[in-house]
Design a protein around this ligand. Structure first.
Ligand SMILES: Cc1ncc(COP(=O)(O)O)c(C=O)c1O
Length: 395
């Protein structure tokens, strides 16, 4: 039985339960007369009658909330839930995945340092590193994190390593455990973007990562109806990230936190179905007209880091480039084109103008992302319907 342990329980479970059960309950403790679903708490400020009481709450010595930019009940439930699922001491929820990433990077490397980042990085992350951190003295080295010799050569002297559990868009899986061990030996913090895998399929902290971030906009929320981010790690790191989030005014709003927690409750059933459907589509796409290459984390066989499935992300190359992709999109009857992922609906995106638009054509080509590359976020519809829609759109 695979059960979830927490390094130091911030919200101790009453009994040891499996991940799917924990997903349903994490982040909340119910007492007599508690609402079964949480209330939304939109208040921007709470009132006090005692100055010492306010002081203690503001210092974090007493539970409670005082000002919405610093603390909020709905945000706290989501933070606790994600921390619990990732096996972390604490978490902080932010207005977007990018805000989470920025807070995490600055908590881990507050002063200019060399950042090693996976070459095949979400384009928005690459843009943040280049356009916001590089001009402020950070040195950014992009490298292929699946090449462990290259990591070994570069990690010495680095101030931070950033990886994605499953790379975007070609769905490769770097050996997080080996990278974490090299980073730890040299005292270099290791940040993992676990957006594509979620804590149900991979827990990077268990593999030695220092901190984990999510775009909760994707699978954690799961319904394409919110924008949110979460960072989890040890209590000291998260305190630093939380303080920066409060100072820079990028916390998650109460209703989005409420929605994200509601989405999280069904994460287990969704991820199982996403995983089955993406593998079914990847196998079927192989034989379809114009498909020259299919990318899926588990198509070639199992991966020990993703023992329970890989979720809904996959990609393929279509002969005929942009024109062929446009034709396919026009013919879809069920699938839609959308510049996001992780929702219950099957969507395709076109990295050239969506996730990787901030890169030059040469940079994309170096990664293997060409004009025929299509990324698919496979939803939870019936797999036969998904496969049939691709088959007719490509026929
Ligand atoms: C892997 C990954 N990380 C981070 C982000 C940024 O998240 P957000 O759009 O919630 O800011 C995205 C967005 O697409 C993503 O795909």
């Amino acid at each position: 039985m695979r059960t979830f342990g927490v390094k130091r329980a911030i919200h101790a479970p009453r009994c040891e339960v499996k991940p799917s059960s924990r997903t349903v309950h994490a982040g909340r403790e119910l007492g007599a007369r508690s609402p079964l679903a949480p209330d939304v708490s939109p208040a921007s400020v709470h009132v006090f009658t005692d100055l010492d009481d306010y002081d203690a709450v503001a210092r974090g010595e007493k539970p409670g909330y005082y000002y919405g930019r610093n603390s909020n009940a709905n945000r706290e439930m989501l933070e606790r839930a994600v921390a619990e699922l990732e096996g972390a001491e604490a978490g902080v929820a932010t207005a977007s995945g990018m805000a989470a990433l920025y807070a995490a990077i600055l908590a881990l490397a507050p002063r200019p340092a060399t950042i090693l980042a996976t070459r095949e990085l979400y384009g928005g992350t690459a843009a943040l590193l280049r356009q916001d951190l590089e001009p402020n003295g950070y040195e950014i080295h992009f490298l292929d994190l699946t090449d462990l010799d290259a990591v070994r050569r570069s990690v010495q002297g680095a101030g931070l390593v950033i990886a994605e559990t499953i790379t975007n868009p070609l769905c490769r899986v770097p050996d997080l455990e080996a990278i974490a061990s090299m980073a730890r030996e040299r005292g270099v913090p290791f940040l993992v973007d676990n957006t594509f895998a979620t804590p149900l399929l991979c827990r990077p902290l268990d593999l030695g990562a220092t901190a984990v971030m999510h775009s909760a906009t994707k699978y954690l929320g799961g319904h394409s109806d919110l924008v949110a981010g979460v960072v989890v790690g040890d209590a000291g790191l998260i305190a630093a990230a939380r303080a920066r989030v409060a100072r820079t005014g990028t916390p998650l709003g109460p209703f989005d936190a409420w929605l994200a927690l509601r989405g999280l409750r069904t994460l287990d059933v969704r991820m199982r179905r996403h995983s089955e459907n993406s593998l079914a589509l990847a196998r079927a796409l192989h034989g379809m007209r114009g498909v020259v290459r299919v990318y899926h984390p588990l198509l070639e066989g199992g991966n020990r880091l993703l023992a329970h499935g890989s979720g809904g992300m996959m990609a393929f190359d279509l002969d005929g480039g942009r024109e062929a992709v446009q034709q396919m999109i026009k013919r879809f009857q069920l699938v839609t084109f959308a510049a996001s992922l992780g929702g219950v609906e099957t969507t395709v995106s076109y990295p050239e103008i969506t996730s990787h638009r901030s890169m030059s054509a040469e940079e994309r080509a170096e990664l293997g992302v060409g004009p025929g590359t299509v990324r698919v976020s496979v939803g939870i519809e019936d797999p036969d319907d998904i496969v049939a829609d691709f088959a007719q759109a490509l026929s």
